[in-house]
Design a protein around this ligand. Sequence first.
Ligand code: FES
Ligand code: FE2
Length: 440
Amino acid sequence: MSWTTEQIAAMVEPDRAHRKAYTDPEIFDLEMERIFENTWIYIGHESQVKEPGDYYLAQVGRQPMIMVKDKNGEVQVLYNRCPHRGAQLCTARKGNTGNNFYCSYHAWTFHLDGKLESMPAKQAYEGTNLDFEDPEFHMARPARSDNYRGFWFAKLSEGGPDLRSHLGESASAFDQLIDRAPGKETEVVGSCFRMVQQSNWKIFLENQLDASHPGVTHESTGKSAQQVEAKIRADGKEVPLELSFLSDFARLGHDGWTKFGTIGFPNGHSSLEGYMGLRPDDPDTNEYVRRMYAAYGEEKAEEILAVNIHHMLVYPCNSVQPPLQQLRTIRPLGPDRTLTEIWHFRLKDAPEEIYRRSLAYYYLVNSPSTLVNADDLFNWWKCQHGLESSAREWVSFHRNAGQDIEEGDKTYSAPDTMSEMPLRHMMHAWRDYMTAEKEA
Ligand code: FES
Ligand SMILES: [Fe+2]
């Protein structure tokens, strides 16, 4: 069927959403057009391309993109498509392309800013409509690209808000990834974990702020970690902080998980308050705080460290966990397939042990090989299959519905709840994007 705007709007009610929003191939195509190819989508961090010629591939909606460092040290975002007969110019995920892009099909070459440089038998184009100055013969650019403090985004349509306005308060997640560094800089470490989830992209985003699932889905992991902790204690040794990343899942219990507030921001962004107590009184943390005081002064350093976010969802494509320097980005591949990239960052001039802590979280909680992630992936796969059945038409977001607290342009979950407010908030944003007039 072809979906009308009215039908799409009717898929989202105040406390539920229609299953076809997660399963229908035409809805998926419309999402690509109206959300992913229409709003600001994360490309990558500038530290992925340090030297001229360094490039990294990304995807915006269905469009293959390249982030490259040009000869002037500027980051350029270009479509990965040769203007001659369409070949992709880069196929390795990352690398250094040298002084130019070279198309392996007929050897057209392009400057690092995408301008056509040359081709064999150039004289054959004399007197034709091919004009070296005409952008039609350059590598195409997205309508807009911009960065927020080194985090690069592209927008494939003109109009709409600039990047800073689009991000609004969600930008604080990127601030935190930088400002928590005593050296006031951050950089990605190595490459990322990539995996394909067999489920819709919205199921992933919803899970990130779903406080009611960790105590259930990750209970077995939490209990196992508690047993390991008990054994370490019985041996008279100190329990490493990293184990609490796992044992918290069991320790917090139902009441524990009600303590953490969530906030919905304009444009679909949302946050979950931190719960991990990442400022223990240990020598590494104390040394880190000392370096932060030296860099910023005590008052400013405390202000930075007081920001307590576990997850910031930058709709529709990022989940950022600033206190542990993690960033996940999603690239939807189909209604039931979603590519996730999981990055982590190193804070300049922080003690090595603070970096090791974020690395441990990367391996223990976020990597594709952990039990935590495996249990999540299995649930999302089961949700996708369940939603493909016509047994019921609706997905329920009723928990604490009607109790959300609106203040200015923010929506707060009711206190002491595991409210599904962020899930309702995202689906309402989805409806707004999907039914808006396309930005010209
Ligand atoms: S397709 Fe690129 S040079 Fe022909
Ligand atoms: Fe989970």
